[in-house]
Design a protein around this ligand. Structure first.
Ligand code: G6P
Length: 647
């Protein structure tokens, strides 16, 4: 979803911006660009349809200066090309934007009528025009001066990895007279804007500052030693500082080398206590692995352990979750649990709902946050709502949280990113502590979310009717998980061999029943995200109600078959597939009649309620190796971005 980064300080900001953008590339990789104030006082702009590495290698040696802003794009309005790349420049003003301006067409028409000339198809360019205008830069006769370096450089046909954007040296500009102060200009411009934005604004006439603003798209300030940073995510900052401030929606910040000032859109000063973030720098590097996805799959024994650490209370056979903010009496009064999330977070929420229903006997279900927010949901006072999000910034999930709060619902978060919008806006919650997840497709945060839900289910269960003996049984199972994940990972080579085979088919079915069903869905999601093979998940029992028509020798099935009370039912489904000569890979427990499965990946057995966590791991490896076989860019799959901060 686009990454923005900015730096203000005495050193040359270009290496810092490039490094920051490289860390934010998971948010979008359609194009990249920089704007800096040069030593002579003008703007220097370089942008192109390229990856960040390509941008860096194509910069001329003279491209130096500061302050500066940078951007890596995930296209929403206008195809990925050099011209649509950010920053967008009008006169001395340059803007990078993450989000969507919903009334861009209307604003554009108005600005054109007033003499502005647009060069790109983006919604973001209206921001540059509005701000430049509010900052007192009148459009030149025949239109405002644009950064057209990229356009000149050739029709936006650069291939990934090599930039063909050109550097533009633009005017400095002493036309400060009559213009509002930059912060005030940004504020004025934003009053006419409807939509979401995280922006960083540079004006060559104010070479001591960058102005940032947030509405719906994350902006974090990093506090350094006589230097300041702005970014979409702490990932871009951790090399330079651990002290950060997250802007709230509707806030504007003026950032100078020696500090920052924040205020609301109506100019009321706001205050922030800087947050000290913990970060292991190795989490931001591939650390010897070819891909972050594989590294993160292999981190799972540790991330599962971290999600459990300090949270098991063996004395009472329960779990202790410090941030829940729900006492035992309130927990007893919960009549229903509703879990909301998108993508893998939703599937992990489905696992969570099953765990809560099984262990706590509280009716629970999961729903996609996007559907929930739009269907005018009935919000119940005795329902506990849980928002699940790795990034804590997913727009649909955040909107669902806000809709719930507006209707008086009680909502807690299960979130990985500390200090993120969802974490801040929920009444309480549980952090995953999985460390940053860099690969677009989630793996370690899926399992960590399931582990956190096991703890929550145990906690609620022990307050409701789960016996101490059953509590002890679940705790023993949780302790066994990290070692069992390690065992599964040792099967990687064999799973890679199977993935190679399956990559030759046009697509795959994934089936599972009850505990296996969300795992089948997550398995299909993983496969389609990174391998681009068609993958469809069905409840095993539904197969005969339609999709069986597709089964045959050309469409293999992955069947999730835990060794639980539904095993025999699952074996019948395998028989139905085999009768249609479909190839079957079983991921599950116990030996199988070879006539029912062509291949089996056996997973260590845990407690039935916790088995889904383990069953998901081979499917991650299957998707990863299928994608590698097909030569895909595993960490940055086509069309996807990790943190979807737009509708
Ligand atoms: C995007 C990603 C998915 C992810 C989902 C939710 O759609 O492509 O892989 O599961 O967002 O992200 P979140 O950060 O809210 O967990």
């Amino acid at each position: 979803m686009c990454g923005i980064v900015a730096h203000v300080g005495s050193r040359d900001c270009v290496p810092i911006l490039l490094e920051g953008l490289a860390q934010l590339e998971y948010r979008g990789y359609d194009s990249a660009g920089l704007a800096v104030v040069s030593r002579s006082g003008g703007l220097r702009v370089h942008k192109a349809k390229t990856r960040v590495a390509g941008l860096g290698s194509s910069l001329p040696a003279r491209f130096k200066g500061g302050p500066g802003i940078g951007h890596t794009r995930w296209a929403t309005h206008g195809e990925p090309n050099d011209i649509n790349a950010h920053p967008h420049v009008v006169g001395p003003v340059a803007v990078v934007h993450n989000g969507i301006i919903e009334n861009a067409d209307e604003l554009r028409a108005k600005l054109i009528a007033e003499g502005a000339e647009f060069t790109s198809e983006t919604d973001s360019e209206v921001l540059a025009h509005l701000i430049a205008r509010a900052a007192g830069h009148a459009p030149a006769p025949g239109g405002a001066r644009q950064a057209d370096g990229a356009g000149q450089a050739g029709a936006g046909q650069a291939g990934a990895g090599q930039a063909n954007g050109a550097t533009d040296d633009l005017e400095g500009g002493a036309d400060l007279e009559g213009g509002a102060d930059l912060e005030e200009a940004v504020r004025q411009a934003l009053t006419s804007v409807v939509g979401t934005y995280g922006i960083a604004v540079l004006d060559a006439r104010y070479p001591d500052r960058v102005v940032a603003a947030r509405n719906g798209s994350p902006v974090v300030l990093g506090i350094g030693n006589k230097e300041m940073f702005v970014a979409s995510d702490v990932a871009a900052l951790v090399r330079y500082t651990r002290q950060v401030v997250h802007l709230d929606d509707g806030e504007v910040a003026t950032v100078r080398a020696n500090g920052f000032h924040t205020s609301t859109l109506d100019a009321r000063t706001t205050t922030h206590e800087p947050l000290l973030i913990e970060a292991d720098l190795r989490s931001y590097t591939a650390d010897g692995y070819t891909h972050f996805m594989r590294k993160e799959i292999h981190e799972q024994p540790r991330t599962v352990e971290r999600a459990l650490r300090g949270r098991l209370e063996e004395r009472f056979n329960t779990a202790h979750l410090g941030g829940l903010n729900i006492d035992a009496r309130e927990a007893r009064a919960i009549q229903r649990v509703k879990i909301l999330g998108c993508g893998s977070a939703y599937y992990a929420g489905q696992v969570g709902a099953q765990l809560i229903e099984e262990l706590a006997r509280i009716p629970a279900d999961a729903e996609t946050a996007s559907e929930f927010r739009y269907r005018n949901p009935v919000v119940e006072a005795d329902t506990l709502y849980i928002a699940v999000s790795q990034s804590g910034e997913t727009h649909d999930t955040l909107a669902a949280v806000r809709e719930l709060k507006r209707k008086g619902g009680r909502v807690i978060g299960v979130v990985n990113a500390v200090g993120s919008a969802i974490a801040r806006e929920c009444e309480g919650g549980v952090y995953l502590h999985a460390g940053p997840e860099i690969s677009v497709t989630s793996t370690k945060t899926f399992t960590a979310t399931c582990v956190v839900f096991s703890l929550l289910a145990l906690h609620l269960g022990r307050i409701h009717d789960l016996s101490p003996a059953d509590g002890a049984r679940v705790i023993a199972g949780l302790h066994a998980l990290p070692g069992q994940v390690t065992e599964i990972l040792s099967e990687e080579e064999r799973i890679a061999g199977l993935a190679k085979d399956f990559a030759g088919y046009p697509g795959m079915f994934f089936v599972g029943r009850v505990r296996g069903w969300p795992i089948a869905r997550e398995g299909a999601q993983k496969l389609k995200e990174v391998s681009y093979l068609h993958a469809e998940a069905y409840p095993a029992s539904e197969l005969k109600h339609g999709p069986l028509a597709l089964v045959g020798p050309d469409l293999p099935t992955v069947a999730v078959v835990p060794g639980d009370e539904l095993r025999d039912k699952n074996l019948s489904t395998l028989g139905e597939i085999k009768a249609r000569r479909g190839r079957i890979l079983v991921v599950g427990h116990g030996t199988l009649d070879p006539r029912l499965a062509d291949d089996v990946v056996e997973v260590p057995k845990n407690e039935p309620e916790l088995d889904p966590i383990l069953l998901s791991v081979p499917l991650q490896l299957l998707a990863y190796h299928a994608a590698v076989t097909l030569g895909n860019d595993v960490d940055k799959p086509r069309n996807l971005a990790k943190s979807v901060t737009v509708e």
